[in-house]
Ligand binder design. Structure first.
Ligand SMILES: Nc1ncnc2c1ncn2[C@@H]1O[C@H](COP(=O)(O)OP(=O)(O)OP(=O)(O)O)[C@@H](O)[C@H]1O
Ligand SMILES: Cc1ncsc1CCO
Ligand SMILES: [Mg+2]
Length: 258
């Protein structure tokens, strides 16, 4: 299992194909835990950038044809090199285009981690759910069953985020019960988690490392929430400050085990 110390010691380079909304938040989250983010726009440098990177994170929040081509090219290079690939199917239920784009990438690229909220992962698991755009929305589906089904479908680890995060490798299921409700009012905290997941899998590609990723952000939120009542935007800044200082000892102390 990865540790924060290993992330800081190794400073893995995390290559991101980000959405148009939250790239700064994603880069900051990766940087503040001690990894090294890099974003790119032009497919022509996909091979060179994968060559220097330790994980690839594909966020499909605003993918167009060029992004899909870029994701497939970089994803294939990442698979060849053997570095982990994380994908976030943002709001996949919202449009046919999102579904087609995701299918095109999934056909060509093997994923190591699929990260999304309940609405997104329920869609991938073919389980009924009323997603609300980029937000999880409402549903009666069993979160363990959804996370497990997604992990089995893509033969990888799934991280279903929400009030409780549910992480699965298709056999085991682990819950992370830490967190704070202000995550839900700040756009892009899920995208930040994608980057943190990439950094954790870069150090050690395992279920336990995906659990660590969920713990890192959720526990940082819990600590930030202690001093930011009624100031939810300051909460987000405080999450970044907390990520910068967060230690493995704090995670071990504060984790709520299931
Ligand atoms: N109500 C909540 N209470 C506690 N923690 C939460 C809550 N909602 C989300 N989180 C935490 O927020 C982080 C982001 O997860 P979330 O499910 O909001 O992602 P998302 O829906 O993809 O967000 P976005 O699309 O805005 O990036 C996770 O660490 C999750 O544990
Ligand atoms: C608001 C929004 N729209 C597409 S991606 C995104 C950021 C959350 O993933
Ligand atoms: Mg999201």
């Amino acid at each position: 299992m990865a540790t924060i110390k290993q992330i800081r010691d190794q400073s893995p380079i995390i290559l991101n194909i980000s959405n148009m909304v939250t790239p700064q938040h994603v880069a900051d989250a990766i940087n503040f835990i001690g990894a090294s983010p890099i974003m790119f726009d032009d497919i022509k440098e996909a091979a060179d950038l994968v060559n220097i990177s330790n994980a690839l994170v594909i966020n499909m929040g605003s993918s167009n044809d060029t992004d899909v081509e870029k994701s497939i090219a970089a994803g294939k290079y990442a698979n060849q090199k053997g570095i982990p690939v994380v994908i976030d199917p943002v709001a996949i239920g919202a449009s046919q285009l999102r579904q087609d784009n995701f299918a095109k990438v999934a056909k060509e690229v093997k994923f190591d981690g699929v990260r999304g909220n309940a609405g997104e992962l329920a869609f991938l698991a073919d389980i009924e759910w009323n997603a609300q755009g980029i937000d999880a929305g409402e549903g009666d589906g069993d979160l363990h069953e959804i996370a497990k089904a997604v992990a089995q479908k893509f033969n990888c680890v799934s991280l279903l985020s929400g009030v409780v995060d549910v992480i699965s490798d298709g056999q085991k299921v682990v819950e992370v019960k830490n967190g704070h409700h202000y995550f839900a009012v700040n756009v892009g905290c899920g995208d930040m988690l994608d980057g943190i997941l990439g950094a954790c899998l870069a150090v050690d590609n395992s279920l336990d490392s995906a659990v660590l990723a969920a713990r890192i952000l959720s526990i940082a939120g819990e600590i930030a929430g202690e001093t930011t009542e009624n100031i939810p935007y300051t909460f987000l800044n405080t999450v970044f400050d907390t990520l910068y200082q967060l230690s493995d000892a704090q995670i071990n102390d504060l984790q709520k085990l299931e």
